[in-house]
Design a protein around this ligand. Structure first.
Ligand code: PLP
Ligand code: SF4
Length: 483
């Protein structure tokens, strides 16, 4: 007889002892105890926080949680901002914002929820203000090597709105509007159609364009993974979620679908009050599960202040429906470019069962040089975040290589000249050649800044970086046994 079978299960043992648990010797803690009040990631902003904004002083919770109210009261110009915030900021700030709106290459759209999360008494430094509301006085000149659509999303698009760069996955830009407009948006070349009429007119054309995208996907057996983005999946009507989801699920080659949306970060209440939208997504997820296909939500939080008790409630609902949510952040100067903020963001996302997936080094985008960081910043923060929580909650820090090289791990450069701010990446499975990233010029030493304003010296610095990358690669190829 097996000895093990004689051992009684724990609950029977406890019963035999009566209901009293056995006396335990005190446990010696090796690690110093943690003061629970320092676990900031669990302390979420709650209550009627929006009522400190003059325009929302009388807005009750039911109204604030109504996504249609949020959409209707979204701020799209400086006048509306003035009406909402009133005397919380001085006139000089409005003037700065008005100029900033005028200079911005991107439309502006800020939900009342986001507006309420900004600390207007520190408007210049507030991390949410910096992301969504431009001020002229803080703008910096663009990097000389910046081009619109720096990621070559259009060049890699076989049909409009479908970027097929990697072997087995493609990016489907379903539409060109968002629940918010981010200053730092990579797609400022496409995103930002603003008026209601234009949206209505383009809608039908949109669905015809989709058919061409589905046709292309069906003709490429190697495609397995589709990112549905935009713009933003939040802007899709429930029936459009159903249509896109079903069309893609019915293609035998498709195994994975991600609906990408910034919505949970800027208007979480939609997940609480727009039942039709969440039900449509849930139905696609459930149908996918039956077909053994993964359908998930990808979202975009950048700062821990974007995660409130409302967010938690919204994401709890998503989690209860068995929908996996992952997050992609953009590393931004003055927003989330410190170890403490990034660690808090990662932990807070985890607390809401959102898996931090990527942190992007800021793309070369027009008009937002003040938001970019150096590559070194990304490498330093990555090092400090790794090891603080579960590996599957540890984001990978990536550079989306300008020129269409795709995402490369920030640490994986072939060469990085911290003086000139030039980093060189290779993407052997995506595209031949080198891909260059450039640190913001204002972060470099004055004599190097001077070089960047001289075309001949720019070419010299770049040629030098490429030569060094070539030398590094030749040396490591010689030493490596990987074939
Ligand atoms: C980011 C991206 C994808 C998805 O890449 P993952 O690394 O799998 O998240 C697909 N296509 C394009 C063009 C992309 O930019
Ligand atoms: S939500 Fe995404 S696509 Fe829309 S403006 Fe922001 S970053 Fe760009």
């Amino acid at each position: 007889m097996n000895v093990k079978q004689k051992v009684r299960p724990m609950d029977t043992q406890l019963k035999l002892l009566g209901s009293k648990p056995p006396e335990l010797a005190p446990i010696k803690h090796i690690k110093a105890p943690v003061d629970p009040s320092t676990l900031h990631h669990r302390q979420l902003l709650d209550g009627a926080f929006w009522q400190k904004i003059p325009a929302y002083r009388l807005v009750d919770e039911a109204t604030f949680l109504d996504h249609t109210w949020q959409a209707k009261n979204t701020i799209t110009n400086p006048q509306k901002l003035l009406q909402a915030v009133q005397d919380l900021v001085p006139q000089s700030f409005y003037d700065d914002v008005s100029k900033g709106f005028h200079l911005a290459p991107m439309s502006i759209r800020v939900s009342p929820y986001l507006l309420s999360l900004i600390d207007w008494s520190n408007a210049y430094t507030d991390p949410l203000r910096r992301q969504f509301v431009p001020v002229a006085s803080r703008l910096l000149p663009d990097h000389p090597k910046l081009t619109l659509d720096s990621l070559h999303e259009q060049a890699d698009a076989p049909v409009p709105g479908l970027t097929h760069r990697y072997p087995d996955k493609a990016l489907f830009l379903a539409l060109d509007t968002c629940p918010v407009y981010c200053r730092f948006c990579t797609r400022s070349y496409a995103v930002g159609v603003d008026t209601d009429e234009v949206e209505k007119v383009s809608l039908k054309a949109t669905e015809e364009r989709w058919e061409r995208a589905f046709r292309y996907i069906s003709e490429r057996p190697e495609l397995e993974d589709i990112v549905v983005s935009g713009g933003d999946s939040y802007q899709l009507k429930a029936r459009q979620i159903t249509l896109i989801g079903n069309k893609l699920l019915e293609l035998p080659n498709i195994r994975r679908i991600r609906f990408a949306t910034k919505g949970p970060a800027v208007m979480p209440m939609k997940l609480i009050t727009d039942h039709e939208w969440l039900d449509a997504l849930t139905a696609v997820v459930e149908r996918g599960r039956k077909l053994h296909k993964e359908v998930v939500l990808h979202t975009h939080f950048n700062h821990p202040n974007e995660i409130t008790a409302i967010t938690k409630r919204a994401l709890d609902g998503v989690f209860e429906r068995g929908i996996i949510t992952r997050n992609q952040s953009v590393l931004q100067r003055g927003v989330n470019d410190t170890i403490a903020v990034m660690q808090l963001l990662v932990k807070r996302l985890g607390h809401c069962q959102v898996q931090p997936y990527y942190v992007y080094v800021h793309d070369l985008v027009k008009g937002v040089e003040d938001l970019r960081t150096t590559l070194q910043t990304a490498c330093d923060i990555e090092k400090a975040v790794r090891g603080t929580t579960a590996g599957f909650h540890t984001p990978t820090f990536v550079v989306d290589a300008p020129g269409g090289g795709g995402k490369r791990v920030a640490h994986s450069f072939e060469h990085y000249d911290r003086d000139t701010g030039i980093s060189v990446f290779a993407a052997p499975s995506v595209k031949p050649g080198f891909f260059l990233y450039f640190d913001p010029v204002d972060t470099l030493a004055p004599e190097i800044q001077a070089k960047w304003s001289d075309k001949a010296k720019q070419d010299e610095m770049i040629a030098d970086a490429i030569a060094k990358a070539n030398a590094n690669m030749a040396a490591s190829a010689h030493a490596s046994s990987v074939r």
